[in-house]
Design a protein around this ligand. Structure first.
Ligand code: AMP
Length: 498
């Protein structure tokens, strides 16, 4: 049985104080934790649209021109569409939203009813050579996880003892459960505070991680909330009212909540940075540092990354306490089971080459095709649909609801061909993908490794095909081949070039 490390501070329980003041000023309650610090005073502002209507008890007075100006700007800001500074789908630098006034948010304490938890579970269970709680053992059983993967064998015991860990592991190795199991085992299921925070680079990955953590915690009543840009703030505020103990978030939207003071990280005890290299690539480094600084310095931090470039090492040295370094597989090492091949194809022949490959329904059961640009993705989907293939696009210009629908269809095998930009497909775990096709050459080795890692998941076979079309492609091919050696072999498109 894992021992829970002692908590640094007792977690405040009970409902938040409901603050009501008979003036134009109110005190902000964060997620309801009675704060030791004096609460900030703020003016009631129009952006408090999430707050329930409040009775105006202000004494009436003559309206001044300043009042009228303020009303006008409030009206305008209400009409403006709400943008999130969130995640990878839009990497344009945006001006940080200035917030001199925080909106008023009063969470309504409505904890969700606890799920039915079997009462006859043993106190402990075995997960291969690991010992987990009975409830966790039952969940793992239900998920079909009988043995820990190497990254789980290494990370789970360390993290469950409360140690900081840097894990170098790609997706597909089982790293989500490697941090998901300790999170579920360590959090206090009775508490109504956010105790664990997982940061991921993309919304799709956030949802995936959230699903896994919820499933791992299903018999311990763990409440997990996903927070990402593109989803309505109100939905997330409703989720926050259900008092999640675990939040899985993309950094941009989490920062939005922090500046709106709708999320407090002051009770967080475990922070996980998942796919840290991707988050840094996307430009989230400042946000990540800000988020880490908003959590207690006594927190436990777990960092996972497929590669360990300098900035990640620096981040680990700066924000982790004496971490254990775990490495599963080498630096940017492709998943071993992926059968890697490339075709030399003239740029103008690529569509026909792809059509020919996709015509082989027996082998290509589900394909994930990568293009460099959003417009390239849309054009290729248009072409494939005209050719009668069941294909859809996924990229950052699509609405969140649409992206989710497409991903669901693909995950449930209702869709055979998905054409994606890099960003949209990062870290995704879609077990049935039989083929990854680099229609456009990846721009570097890391990108290649991440892309081809979308197939051959958890020991399944998979093929990664790369089209090499121009001079630049050949120089990238050299770099990739230098790294993967003979594993990447050339084949000839006989149906095209005889
Ligand atoms: P991840 O690297 O976390 O994206 O996990 C990759 C896939 O492995 C997911 O489909 C998981 O459900 C699956 N998985 C993780 N751990 C195990 C395990 N111990 N046994 C079997 N499957 C696992």
């Amino acid at each position: 049985m894992f021992k829970r490390p002692p908590m640094e501070e007792p977690i405040a329980r009970g409902n938040p104080p409901v603050v009501d003041r008979p003036s134009s000023e109110v005190l902000i309650s964060l997620t309801g934790t009675p704060s030791a610090k004096p609460a900030r005073r703020v003016e009631r502002s129009a952006s408090a649209i999430e707050a329930p209507p409040r009775r105006d008890t202000r004494p009436t007075r003559r309206r001044t021109p300043r009042d009228r100006d303020r009303d006008r700007s409030e009206r305008e800001s209400r009409q403006r569409p709400q943008h999130s500074r969130d995640d990878a789908r839009d990497q344009r630098p945006r001006r940080r939203r200035e917030r001199t006034e925080a909106p008023v948010y009063e969470p309504r304490p409505t904890p969700a009813p606890a799920p039915a938890i079997p009462t006859d579970l043993p106190e402990q269970a075995s997960f291969g050579e690991l010992t987990v709680s009975g409830a966790m053992g039952h969940a793992l059983d239900r998920m079909g996880y009988s043995e820990p993967t190497p990254v789980q064998s290494q990370v789970v015991p360390l993290a469950t003892q409360g140690l900081d860990v840097v894990g170098q592991a790609q997706t597909g190795t089982g790293k989500t459960a490697a941090f998901g199991i300790p999170i579920v085992e360590l959090i206090d299921g009775e508490s109504t505070q956010i105790q664990a925070l997982v940061l991921t680079p993309t919304r799709e990955l956030a949802m995936q991680v959230s699903d896994e953590v919820s499933t791992l915690g299903q018999f311990q009543g763990v409440r997990c909330l996903t927070v990402y840009g593109g989803q309505s703030m109100n939905v997330q505020l409703d989720g926050l009212r259900r008092r999640p103990q675990v939040v899985v978030a993309t950094p941009g939207r989490l920062m939005d909540h922090m500046s709106r003071r709708t999320i407090s990280l002051s009770d967080v005890r475990i922070v996980v940075l998942d796919e840290a290299d991707q988050m840094l690539d996307i430009g989230f480094v400042d946000d990540i540092e800000r988020i880490l600084r908003a959590t207690p310095s006594t927190r436990q931090t777990l960092l996972f990354s497929a590669t360990m470039p300098g900035p990640i090492r620096r981040l680990a040295r700066r924000y982790l306490r004496d971490p254990e370094w775990i490495r599963v597989g080498g630096d940017a090492e492709p998943v071993e089971q992926v059968d890697q091949l490339y075709y030399e194809v003239a740029a103008q022949d690529r569509q026909r080459a792809l059509d020919g490959l996709l015509a082989d329904h027996d082998h290509v059961t589900q394909a994930l095709i990568f293009r460099r640009t959003k417009i390239g993705v849309d054009r290729l989907v248009y072409h494939l649909e005209r050719e009668g293939f069941d294909a859809e696009a996924i990229h950052g210009d699509m609405t969140q609801a649409h992206r989710e629908r497409v991903m669901r269809r693909f995950r449930e095998k209702g869709l055979r061909v998905l054409v994606a930009t890099n960003v949209a497909a990062r870290g995704l775990d879609i077990p049935a993908v039989s083929h990854v096709i680099n229609y456009d050459m990846p721009s570097n080795l890391e990108e290649y490794v991440h892309r081809i890692g979308r197939t051959a998941r958890m020991g399944r076979p998979g093929t990664a095909i790369t089209f090499v079309s121009d001079v630049l492609d050949f120089s990238t091919l050299d770099v990739i081949q230098e790294h993967v050696g003979g594993d990447l072999r050339q084949e000839r498109l006989a149906f095209l070039y005889g």
